[in-house]
Design a protein around this ligand. Sequence first.
Ligand code: 7PM
Length: 278
Amino acid sequence: MHWRCNHRVIDLTRPLVMGILNVTSDSFSDGDRYSRPDAALDRAAVMVAEGADIIDVGGESTRPGADAVDVGVESARVLPVIDGIARRFDVAISIDTSKPAVMAAAAHAGACIVNDVYALRAPGAREWAARAKVGVCLMHMQGEPRTMQQHPMYEDVVTEVCEFLMRERSACLSAGIEPDAIALDPGVGFGKGLDHNMTLLKALPRLAALGSPLLVGVSRKSFIGRILGRPTDQRLYGGLGLAAFAVSWGARIIRTHDVAPTRDAIDMVSAVMRASSN
Ligand code: 7PM
């Protein structure tokens, strides 16, 4: 299996690590430490050295309750960082945005993947992605970031997430996006309560059976804190347990703040999965 991302064809026979690079001023876990381009490039260099396959650059916080930022502000944050990473490192770059104007500028600066928590539902986003031939990650979210955690509700969370992802993938195919350019993501924590997140993780094989590579992001999320009673800076081991679980049950790409430990954890799972059965 592979993921076709513009000029890169990314091999998925081994699990991938997507390292998170927030260049917001209000970001979830990293404060504004990476908001200056040189600090962000230093952080990218560390993640590349630690074995990241993809660097996910985001200039608008999608955390629950966060406010929207305008195209100009978001572009000014992410473009110098994407350009700098593309010039310095041989690593795939994804742009974490929902705005077609930012997607296009980011692709021009060197991003080959669009990671969109709105699954390319903005007008013109799918048509642009088809023309640009970028890889896309379509994520499930109930509601919108500002209010999504207020009362998440489902009759059957797994079926509803599967149906959403199949519908959005079909819309992408109709717009001309190639099937092997599409990855899917259940969107852990995006309009989901604790039990919804756990039920979705337990059902990863059903999501994997949809036939597209699965991306999963659990790193430092609040449901880990709820279960273990840990603040954000003490959720690494819980996240590693979940990353190992996710890869065992079908995830191909793990999105994380903590590249080095995630790399080792999922490489061990992958080695076991590749062992002969007798
Ligand atoms: C609550 C929810 C707090 C999400 C913080 C976050 C994902 C993503 C984010 C994910 C994909 C965070 C975030 N999470 N993109 N962006 N999948 N594709 O932990 O799970 O950084 S934002």
